[in-house]
Design a protein around this ligand. Structure first.
Ligand code: SF4
Ligand code: SF4
Ligand code: SF4
Ligand code: FES
Length: 982
């Protein structure tokens, strides 16, 4: 602690605290335009000048030291602040009353007021550049740009897309995309970081323009006229009275613009933000306070909300009549569902019915779905789509450390000094997590090793990139563990104290020599040894993995091998360490956590355990089934075998996203009765007997659990579209038609019930989750949560972890002379899965209109393929027609096909092979034959896709270049640079 005096009042500063943070914390009003706590000091605006012990310094770049005497209002400081802000206003026209950014949070407006600026000394000067409207989501107006560089800092060092810079040496500096491209043709991934942090209206969401203000929708000519009027009266009246008018207009906006906190509906990162709405119009997504993301989002969370007001939302229940559907009322729809489920249960028993929860729905909805299955119908046939992705990772962690979730938080990934990413295209599938790794790697010396088939962005950034043969990760991981143990590079103290099973594990590693690993994986021995030494040298390592590991026949075993390696090297129990299987959907973690699993009641309590069952039976007042039910994969098999007759499925496009899609579709066609609940008429709805219109995340309350086990509340942003209902209400309606007598009025009551029955969530309630508060499970009854697991013990009875031996089997469906190419598949940044949600956002469609198959340059040359050539991919299970994209992201005989298509889904090609431990499909083990068709079309990725851009990496805004300009002099007299923090 340091004691300092601010304007004569003594304050206590934190060690290493920035002066500006202390000043803000102590409630003193100091102008500051370029400083943003999540960006750190940018030092471009000079408005935060203060006097420290008689010298003028920037408060944002000065670290507090004992005994400082700070004046924020001395004549010298005030003169410097005003002069600096005067320079800013020469770059910005104040027309607040007719500006869509006049919402109370405009830094330029508020600073004008704070400094009581009445007139400009330096007149406004227009810049010789056009407004850039070429991005579908936001626009840049150079004339309003104050050159603060916040956007550049955010793009370069937070998002680390490295698109933006400022040409400080130019007579008329401006923000540049890729050094001078249009936004539309640049490498910009439309993540929105820059727009979010812009302190004025230079960068604005297009959804705000003409919509936020009362007068801003006027025609451009009328607007210009009004701006001229304002400028005309300014010399006489000064800014004071003009600002009064604009503040009256701003106050009126407060009554019609709603700002509601929600959690992103797409991936498992768990970004949260305020959604600004005017009636049903989404004005913007404003991230700032989210514990997982702060100011960060990706394009989907920031701009991908076109599905909410899409014209093709389902708004009424549909009932099949022959080959057609007819509209029906809710009473008719729900009573038909209840009648048919009852009849089938009566005729064929409860286990002839099955239930599939949605990973897009809330925890409370998942809980009610499994309660309906178990307590009302009497079956454990309930599952969710974690079966397709995450179950193997969960299994690997259950086997070794006890909890089936990420062992720490995103902040641990930032702190690690080595991150190892295996089978995860993190920059596209978990973009905001990728930003944290990219930033630590770029700025803090973090090392990065990536193992993947594709040379994606993280691979290109890596210090070491491995490209093992498909499906061989288990082998090289085990070989590294063996090498570390054999060469005294393991963490023996940790193993002695905290880990069981070392002897058996060592024996199991016998076949896994470096020589064998190199032969099997194709990775040179020296590279594997280099990986081993980087791991041994790292003080704290995190391993991140995803579907490239789990969607293999040995997905569970490979996940286990990862956790074993972390144990061998002592990389658990400390900040910056641990296992991070990156969860795919926004609530895939929560769907399993809350019991939508055939063998587990909520909180991973086994259905076999009589004590557990009795607890639930006492509360639910029913007898519960005790044998494990069918998982998703077994449900499809059971339909084909004639044992499963009816299914109720919520929000899963299972006929497209399940492996071997043709086989799954054929199964659905055989069901006696099929209920699908969704927000659109999905491909899966085509097989339904009844379709029920649910509500998307913005239209309901509840909680989601993200990849870091973080439970967060979403608040209702909009009323459900007329005719739709929140999914928990629909499930309750069906249960009550079946005589359940549920009376939940609000999801908070469901959460209270969950907490009362589930030790893992004992302390979870809506009060503790209010606003941006969150909890990372397990949560004790007193509300204590665990951002980092295993600090004191592992989650086994003796508190010790377990090394779990795994042996090598090898992948199925290997290429042969007929199916000679390996087909990999996965997500694209812009789309979520098949794209049912994201294709409904026009800008996303424009940038990324279709799926494609990536073909390596060498294979393209051999087969006479160019980008746009149509090819037919044929596997042992089906075929699709798709355009080729030639790219060096893939190598040799390996193809990659993103899954964003309903017309040509990659899962027509994938098989029914599964990981035997979890029944997760081996999506990534597919061999195909590629027939080149005569037709050549446009490239499937248009030129305006960010992948064609040319980033311009640099270290932030590089303000030193501004300071070197001949026309720059620090404002005020005698600016002194004290100890600064960049
Ligand atoms: S990538 Fe694009 S949207 Fe994201 S911060 Fe950079 S310029 Fe802005
Ligand atoms: S566009 Fe960038 S440099 Fe210009 S005002 Fe906005 S954040 Fe500052
Ligand atoms: S999709 Fe994922 S990374 Fe993107 S905003 Fe949503 S939660 Fe964040
Ligand atoms: S806030 Fe801009 S230089 Fe300090």
């Amino acid at each position: 602690m340091a004691n300092v005096a601010i304007d004569g009042v003594v304050q206590e500063a934190q060690p290493d605290e920035l002066l500006i943070d202390l000043i803000n914390r102590s409630g003193v009003s100091l102008p500051h335009v370029c400083y943003h706590p999540q960006l750190g000091p940018v030092q471009t605006c000079d408005t935060c000048m203060v006097e420290v012990n008689g010298r003028t310094v920037r408060a944002c770049a000065t670290i507090v030291a004992e005994g400082m005497s700070i004046s924020t209002k001395s004549a010298k400081a005030s003169a410097a602040q005003v002069e600096a802000f005067d320079r800013i206003l020469s770059n910005h026209m104040l027309y607040c009353t007719v500006c869509d950014n006049n919402n109370g949070n405009c830094t330029v407006h508020n600073t004008t007021k704070l400094l009581a600026i009445e007139h400009q000394r330096i007149p406004f000067q227009s810049k010789p550049y056009e407004v850039d409207n070429t991005n579908p989501f936001y626009r840049y107006d150079p004339d309003q740009c104050i050159l603060c560089g916040r956007c550049v800092e955010a793009c370069q060092n937070v998002e680390v897309n490295e698109t933006l810079s400022i040409n400080w040496e130019d007579p008329n500096p401006r923000v540049l995309w890729d050094g001078g491209s249009t936004i539309g043709e640049s490498s910009c991934v439309s993540c929105g970081h820059c727009v979010t942090v812009c302190p004025c209206n230079a960068l604005m969401e297009k959804t705000m323009l003409g919509h936020a203000g009362f007068l801003t929708s006027l025609k451009k000519s009328a607007l210009s006229g009004m701006i001229d009027v304002v400028k005309g009266v300014e010399p006489e009246t000064g800014y004071g009275s003009i600002l009064q008018v604009s503040e009256a207009e701003e106050a009126m906006r407060e009554h019609r613009i709603r700002k509601t906190k929600t959690v992103c509906t797409y991936c498992g990162v768990g970004c949260s933000f305020d959604v600004w709405t005017k009636d049903r119009h989404i004005l913007k997504v404003a991230p700032e306070h989210g514990p997982a993301n702060g100011i960060s989002t990706c394009v989907k969370g920031k701009f991908g909300w076109g599905h909410i007001n899409s014209e093709d939302r389902l708004t009424t229940p549909l009932i099949r009549e022959g080959d057609k559907f007819r509209q029906a009322g809710w009473d008719e729809g729900l009573s038909l569902v209840a009648r048919r489920l009852s009849e089938i249960k009566a005729n064929d028993g409860p286990d002839s019915l099955a239930f599939i929860s949605s990973s897009k729905c809330t925890n409370e909805e998942s809980y009610l779905m499994q309660k309906l299955a178990r307590a009302v119908i009497g079956t454990n046939n309930v599952d969710n789509c974690s079966r397709y992705c995450q179950s193997p990772a969960t299994q690997g962690l259950f086997r070794t450390v006890g909890y089936g979730g990420d062992s720490g938080s995103i902040s641990d990934m930032e702190k690690a000094d080595l991150v190892l990413i295996i089978g995860s295209n993190t920059a596209e599938s978990h973009p905001v997590i990728a930003t944290r790794v990219k930033s630590s790697h770029k700025l803090d010396g973090q090392k990065l090793i990536v193992s993947d088939l594709r040379e994606h962005e993280m691979a290109r950034r890596a210090d070491l990139f491995l490209h093992p043969k498909p499906g061989t990760d288990l082998f090289w991981l085990n070989a590294i563990s063996r090498y570390l143990l054999d060469n005294n590079l393991a963490h023996t103290k940790f193993l002695d104290q905290w880990v069981n099973g070392l002897d058996d594990y060592r024996k199991s590693l016998e076949p896994f020599t470096m020589e064998a690993a190199s032969r099997i994986s194709g990775v040179p021995e020296e590279t594997l040894k280099a990986v081993a030494h980087m791991i041994a040298d790292a003080k704290a390592m995190c391993i991140l993995w995803a579907m490239g590991v789990t969607q293999h026949t040995q997905g569970s075993d490979t996940s286990t091998a990862i956790s074993n390696l972390l144990l061998v090297t002592g990389n658990y129990m400390r900040p910056g360490t641990g296992a991070y299987p990156l969860r795919g959907h926004n609530n895939v973690q929560g769907a399993s956590d809350h019991g939508s699993m055939p063998n587990m009641l909520p909180g991973y309590q086994s259905v076999n355990d009589p004590e557990v069952r009795q607890r639930f039976e006492a509360d639910w007042k029913v007898k519960l089934p005790s044998t494990k039910g069918l998982d998703n994969h077994q449900m499809v098999e059971a339909i084909h075998a004639g044992n499963l007759k009816a299914m109720y499925l919520i929000g899963e496009e299972m006929s497209i996203v399940d492996s071997n899609a043709n086989y799954v579709g054929d199964a659905f066609a055989k069901l006696d009765f099929f209920v699908v609940q969704d927000i659109f008429f999905s491909n899966t709805c085509r097989y339904a007997d009844v379709v029920l219109p649910g509500a998307p995340s913005l239209e309901k309350e509840g909680t989601f659990t993200s990849t870091e086990r973080r439970i967060q509340r979403l608040y209702q942003v909009l009323e459900p579209l007329e005719g739709c209902k929140p999914d928990w209400k629909i499930t309750q309606g069906i249960a009550n038609q079946l005589g359940a007598g549920w009376h939940y009025q609000h999801p908070s009551e469901v959460m209270d019930e969950i907490a009362s029955l589930t030790p893992m969530f004992a302390g979870v309630n809506y009060e503790r989750l209010a606003g941006y508060k969150s909890l990372q499970w397990p949560v004790a009854a007193d509300g204590t949560d665990e951002p980092l697991l295993y600090i004191k013990r592992f989650a086994f009875p003796d508190g010790k972890a377990r090394l779990f031996p795994v042996s090598w089997i090898g992948p199925t469906d290997q290429p042969d002379s007929e199916f000679d190419l390996h087909l990999n598949n996965g997500r694209l940044l812009e789309h979520f899965h098949e794209g049912n949600l994201t294709y409904r956002t026009e800008g996303i469609r424009e940038k990324t209109p279709d799926t494609f198959v990536e073909v390596s340059p060498e294979l393209a040359e051999e087969r006479g393929i160019q980008s746009g050539t149509w090819v037919q991919l044929v596997s042992r299970y089906g075929q699709v027609r798709v355009r080729a994209l030639v790219t060096d992201r893939v190598h040799g005989m390996e193809l990659y096909m993103p899954m964003n298509s309903v017309e040509s889904p990659v899962n027509r090609l994938t098989s029914s092979h599964t990981d035997p431990v979890t029944n997760t499909p081996a999506y990534k083990e597919t061999s195909v034959h590629m027939k080149v068709l005569a037709e050549v079309g446009e490239s499937p990725l248009p030129r305006i896709n960010s992948r064609f851009g040319h980033p311009t990496p640099q270290n932030g805004v590089e303000v030193e270049r501004k300071w070197k300009r001949a026309d720059y002099a620090p404002p005020g007299n005698g600016l002194v640079q004290l100890q600064t923090k960049q």
